[in-house]
Design a protein around this ligand. Structure first.
Ligand code: SF4
Ligand code: SF4
Length: 88
């Protein structure tokens, strides 16, 4: 893998992270665990929903699996710019 390829990949990930994060509405969550079961990198999304916390994990792929699979519409993407926030 060339250096340029790695740089482009990293820039793409950075752009993705800048676009959104998964945010739960804990009042709607029934703790079924479908979100956690479907997360490809095994983030315990259910636990975040229980606590009503946004998923601030750098490993999150922002793939949208958890958002799409939740039968209760608990999860949504919220726009954010983590890099701008970190630079403040
Ligand atoms: S799939 Fe939805 S309702 Fe089920 S635990 Fe996850 S966030 Fe809660
Ligand atoms: S967006 Fe994808 S990687 Fe991130 S928590 Fe949801 S299922 Fe897991």
């Amino acid at each position: 893998m060339s250096f340029l390829h790695i740089f482009k990949k990293s820039a793409k990930k950075r752009a993705t992270l800048a676009q959104g994060q998964v945010v739960p509405d804990s009042s709607r969550c029934v703790q079924c665990g479908i979100c956690t079961y479907n997360c490809p990198i095994e983030i315990d999304v259910r636990a975040y929903a229980w606590r009503g916390e946004a998923i601030h994990r750098s490993e999150c792929l922002t793939c949208g699996e958890c958002v799409a699979r939740c039968p209760r519409g608990v999860l949504r993407f919220e726009r954010t710019d983590l890099f701008r926030a970190a630079a403040k």
